[in-house]
Design a protein around this ligand. Structure first.
Ligand code: SAM
Length: 371
């Protein structure tokens, strides 16, 4: 049963029926060619009560009609995925445990979903990927997740580039998406993007960097660079990066975000490129895990004579965070003395970004250097 009103009264009627719990939650409304809309009612047997209530409370004329009932597609993506995978297994008469093919979570980067690597480690998964109709499964899964491309995560390579290793299952690895006012554009099969660092990207973006010159020693595809330029208001960022695939993403992002004139990219090893930036920066960002130690000294020397701030990323065992902070401050105090500088080194904050491994935290130490 549908309660039909003219479309202009649709919103008001919808809210009223919902407030009374008379609206059927999982059926599609009925659209008619004469510009009216029918709301599906729960089968409570008192449709005339709804009619009278609409007339009396809202002053709207309505009718009850019997129409074809259509169920809405489920809103929960896990549910849609379950349906897609079950349908494929049934259609292809594959006898296997559906749960083995269902990820608990995934990473969505624009039009691409990256499935977790654990999913690819089961024998069921191996069997399925060899199936001649596996493409249909990928299409069904991508459709259920409302994307056009699908890939399977592999561990981040233990190389200098921290390269992503992704096995593409469907579509293109080139992604473009926005993240708090910043657009990223890169090849996700070649570059890692750690969505887990979102709180840190936001924290950095919320800082006041108005008028500052910033050095990003490990810029990647601009994870922090773009937030510092767009959200924190940095005047200029010098971005050091060695990986050609990340450099391509950095340049594409600079273009789409309209930042070409406020960004200088320094391709190559930062051991060399930071040399040219001595005494130029108000702030340096050192975003490499497990440790950015190789550039501690060069970044300190990149600060202007009146000092500035370093943001030092590091993986540290939970119970050692305080002692690591103190040792790090001492290390910098020694460097300051060795270079005959007169900076006072002060730890301002330790941000616990995420768990990197059991008992190991990814932390960021904000260290101030002032004369
Ligand atoms: C972990 S990624 C950046 C990740 C990002 N900061 C985040 O937290 O999501 C580190 C980047 O540093 C770059 N990199 C590593 N060693 C480098 C070096 N010696 N000089 C310049 N860039 C380097 C890698 O290519 C990679 O893009």
């Amino acid at each position: 049963m549908f309660l039909v009103v003219e479309s202009v009264h649709g919103e008001q009627t919808h809210s009223f029926l919902k407030s009374k719990d008379w609206l059927h939650p999982s059926l599609e409304p009925l659209r008619t060619s004469n510009g009216s809309i029918g709301f599906p009612l729960v089968g409570f047997g008192h449709e005339d009560i709804a009619l009278v209530a609409i007339r009396n409370h809202l002053g709207i004329e309505a009718n009850i009609v019997v129409g074809e009932t259509k169920y809405r597609p489920p809103v929960d993506p896990h549910h849609r995925l379950l349906e897609a995978v079950s349908t494929w297994l049934e259609d292809n008469k594959v006898d296997t445990e559906v749960n083995d093919l269902l990820p608990a979570k995934w990473e969505k980067l624009g039009e691409l979903v990256l499935l977790p690597r654990e999913l690819g480690q089961t024998t069921t998964w191996r069997k399925i990927t060899e199936h001649p109709k596996s493409d249909d499964l990928w299409k069904g899964m991508a459709h259920a997740l409302k994307v056009t491309s699908l890939g399977l995560q592999a561990p981040i390579a233990n190389d200098t580039y921290r390269s992503a290793q992704v096995k593409m299952l469907l579509g293109s690895p080139h992604v473009q998406f926005s993240d708090h006012g910043v657009v990223f554009a890169f090849d996700a099969s070649k570059v890692m993007f750690s969505s887990g660092n979102i709180t840190e990207r936001r924290r950095i973006g919320a800082m006041n960097m108005q008028g500052e010159v910033v050095v990003d020693a490990y810029a990647g595809v601009g994870y922090y660079t773009f937030h510092m330029l767009v959200n924190a208001g940095a005047a200029h960022v010098h971005a050091c990066e060695i990986n050609p695939a990340s450099l391509a993403g950095l340049e594409a992002g600079a273009q789409v975000n309209g930042l070409l004139d406020r960004l200088t990219v320094h391709p190559g090893d930062n051991a060399l490129t930071l040399e040219k930036l001595r005494g130029t920066a108000d702030r340096c960002h050192l975003g490499l895990l497990p440790s950015s130690e190789p550039v501690w000294e060069a970044c300190m020397l990149a600060l202007k004579p009146n000092g500035g701030m370093l943001h030092i990323h590091m993986n540290v065992e939970e119970e050692k965070i305080d002692s690591w902070t103190m040792t790090t401050v001492e290390r910098f105090q020694n460097m300051v003395a060795n270079h005959g500088l007169s900076f006072n080194v002060k730890p301002m904050h330790v941000e616990r970004v995420k768990w990197f491994a059991p008992r190991v935290r990814h932390v960021v130490l904000d260290l101030s250097f002032r004369p």
